[in-house]
Design a protein around this ligand. Sequence first.
Ligand code: SF4
Length: 881
Amino acid sequence: MTMTAVSPLPNIAAISSAVGGGVTVITATQRLARYLVSESAQHRSSVSRFPKILSLDAWLRQEWRQQAETSETPRRLLVSSEVEALWREVISRYESQTNAFSLLQPEAAAVLAARCRASLKDHRVPVASEKVRTSFVSELDTTCFLKWLDRVDIRLKHEGWVMPEDLPELIANEKKERGSEVWFLSEEAPVPSVETALSSRFKVIRWFHSDPVESGISTTGYSTREAEIAAAATWGVRQHENGRVSAIVLADYQRDRPLLEHELRELFGSSDQAFTDLPVNFSRGIELAKVPMFRDALLLLGLIVQDLGRAELTALLRSPFFTWLDTDRNDKSAVITHLFNSKRAVFELRHVLEALGKVVPKSPLETALSAARVDRLSSLRLYASEWRDRISSLLQTAGWPSASGLDSVEYQQLELVDGLFDEIEANSLDNEPYPLTLFVSRLRSVLSEKLFQPQTDVGKLQVMSLADTTGLSFEAIRIVGATSESLPSKPSLLSFIPWEICRSYQISKIDEEAHDKVTARLIGQLSSVGEVSCTYHRISDGTAKLASRFCDLSNAEVHSVARSNKGIVAPLESIDDSAGLITNLPNQQAGGVSLLEQQASCPLKAHLNHKLGVRPLESEAEGLTPGERGGVLHEALKHLFSSLKNSDQINALTAVDREVLIEAAADEAVRGLKAPVRERVGLSALDLERQRLSGILAAWLEVEGSRDIGFTVELSEAPLEWECEGLNLSLKVDRVDRLSTGQRIVIDYKSSAGQSATDWSQSPLKSPQLPCYSQVIADVETIAIGQVSINEPGYLTLGADIGLDDADKKNKKAMDRAGVSELAGLKDQWLADLRSLVRAFVDGSGTPTPSPSACRYCHYAAVCRAHLVSDWDAEEALSGE
Ligand code: SF4
């Protein structure tokens, strides 16, 4: 018997009359079945009391249930969490036995394998045939899949289980009297297994689908996805206010739904307490695993069984669903800062416990996690019911989920908890005690399968995916996100099935043309009942996007100026705040050098950092950071010059002594690194650092040995105090030498070039550090930067000669440019400049002074808006450098 394809879809009157005449109507979606049942009510007198209109899924289950009830060997239909669990179990066991397949995580492999089996069954691929099996053994992953598939099938047979994709075959295999006629309403043809099942139950099959859309849809372009979605929400509100039955169709529903819902809630004013008042229906709910309350609970459990990355850890610690002792104390940020200071990329339970213990000891989160550690939860094996008790009590100890009071939607979500645990307990695959990792994975799996749909008032505005619109009627439809990659959607990957099998059996899931055809029919159907328009965005996540081939762009340019009012630069507001946060004097100020340098480079930077204490979180680092490498170099130089006190000792060194001293200094410096840093970077990075330091120290001793004026090292890494304008600044000088001429040189080590002597001679001072030291230390006749590096070691000086030809020549030119013969000629100006810097800081000046050098590595660019009003264009200036 053959199936007849008919188009377009029949109208409600035709359907009602057909049903009245004994035809069964099967629809692609449950939504369409519900819609037809309700719409045909007006024709009820001519229709049977229980119209035979049902979705394909409902029909298959109904037929199978009838079969199972009369069968002598009843079988059980697995629910999707059990299907996934079975695949995972088979794959993990296979992997542990053979070690043959390690390209994918078992979890991802299980999902893909389940999809591939369903496709093979849908297209009735005879996996037992020799020819088909030979195709599978051509590649490693398809070979592995075939082995898993065999094991899964053996297990299903042995246990008397079936999977949903087995139902059409089981129905077709049963001989039964056939009904007269079935209408199958779907834009997609029934897969071969369904067609066979229908043939086994009906004498006539008619497949109804819509005509494809013939011309492009009128389209508006938006600059960004955010602007496009905000405009869609505004459109939706307008339709609602005009009382039109309308739909916003999201080409990428899962991605765009949360943002659209947020925009709609803002416009309808239905956030927080009025959450359920949103007059919009969403065709699909949100996965419970993505709902904040459950997502955070999964993070907490995840931390017990595995390491967490930075983003996950931040989400866990910032979660409002766990109790913190004193919410006013900003403990969450202190714990995050403490953890991030270690510069780790991932964190273990012990790291988090250490940070919580230090910042908020005895907090509920710490108590819960400590108990998990003490009880060794991660290595126990328990039954599902025992895990349920343990995990419930752990979550309760942490204050989950009602720490901040729940809103009505969260209450609706919380009510589902018992059902979720029941489902895990009911998993027939788990007859033995198992570890926490598996329990967490089971929980994640049931949470991912459950869709949460908040109960809201029924409204005329619908938000749907394109597939969900099959057969439905609207007055106005707006297709949102119509980019070339979302409309039509991309075919699924079935990489465990060999290509030649996909082709021979015409597996439509991977066929782009088939996707295109179905999309054209879906849009065609919508166009036949209402007014359809499209929108797309040109940029998303920094990538340019093209419009879908279904878009008509002939008028798009006219609309392309339409933008959301979001993202447009608002005019800056001026606030008269001449004195910001004034410093109470006297004041002990740590980090004095950085304060002076930042105040000179950009007062706002100094204000945010030193007065308000706004500091960026430390970034993660694999090896030593530039700051740590600078610190260890300073330490190595300190150790070296604590053994070599003067130029005579340097010049008297033998090659062997030199090497021994250098090695010892490098060794000592690396050993001085703090334990957490050593643990983070590992031994091989420390060895490399030791070698790097030895090379740099050797190059630097060459420089020091070539100075022809004798010197003695007087101070090395010495702390200093300087009182200025009532502020007591703590400083640290790298080195001070006394020359044989009696003068002093104050030296600051740098590991890279980039300084210029004019930074010291111009007013206001650009680089105040060394001029400041020259005020604090007596008899300083020269200030110097020691550029300690392998490539270009040397000195940059200002003042008297230091006995190095190159440096002294440059120094002379710099002194001439400054118009002075000795440093004393600059010191009065320096003092005045330094006082003015400190006074400005004390008075609370926070005026930003953007410039390429100041802004290049500034951590405050995110909060500073100076560049919005400045003539200086940061990007241009930086690229031009
Ligand atoms: S971004 Fe530039 S102007 Fe703004 S605070 Fe940083 S250095 Fe100052």
